[in-house]
Ligand binder design. Sequence first.
Ligand SMILES: [Ca+2]
Ligand SMILES: [Ca+2]
Length: 229
Amino acid sequence: MKIEEASVILITIAIVAAMLSFMLAPGEKQMTIGFEVVAPVVQAVPVYRNIAPVATFSVLSNPCGAPCTVHLNASGSYDPDGSIVRYEWDFGDGVRQSANRNWINHPFTRDRMYQVTLIVVDNRGATSRPYSQRVIIQNQRPTACFTYNEFQRYSDGFSLVELDASCSSDDVGIVWYSWTFPGCPPTIPTTKSWRTMTVQRGKLYYVDLTVCDNKGFQDTTEAGYVYVP
Ligand SMILES: [Ca+2]
Ligand SMILES: [Ca+2]
């Protein structure tokens, strides 16, 4: 029975008792009916409402082609009234992983678009809404680049020059390098990123470099040259 209902019953009984007492004739045996209505004590009990956490993440080291390990940073996730204790990842490639740190690295093995989803769990067990983002794994074209420096100076006006292609880049890796010198067909592709050439000092040589990545994508420098004064 609720406190309000009990109070109403007690008050009703008190009123009926008062009426009975009033109706008794003088001289008759006095009947005393006493009631003590005690006000119910209502104690305030604080009720805590846990606010759900919010999930978010950013994608670093992307775009890249497979095989590619992507760094996912969830440090922007938060819990307004507590803390995040768990990060539940779904990488969209059939792999799910639970972590207690706010970042993760995941290797993707095929070129395609993946829908990556994160749910975070707070210190009182509440879960966030899922947060999703696309991760596109796609081969990136390599970039051909080279530098040169005079390696040895001869007395007959010629110099030995070292060509260095280590400034070339690719998302996965360059598998061969090929050089084109004036009046010559491209050199046989090699895995070496450097080679030498002999030049006459004061003469301009147009030299280009072609690089190729693991997917067969190529890039060639434009208007490359070597000049030793
Ligand atoms: Ca919370
Ligand atoms: Ca590539």
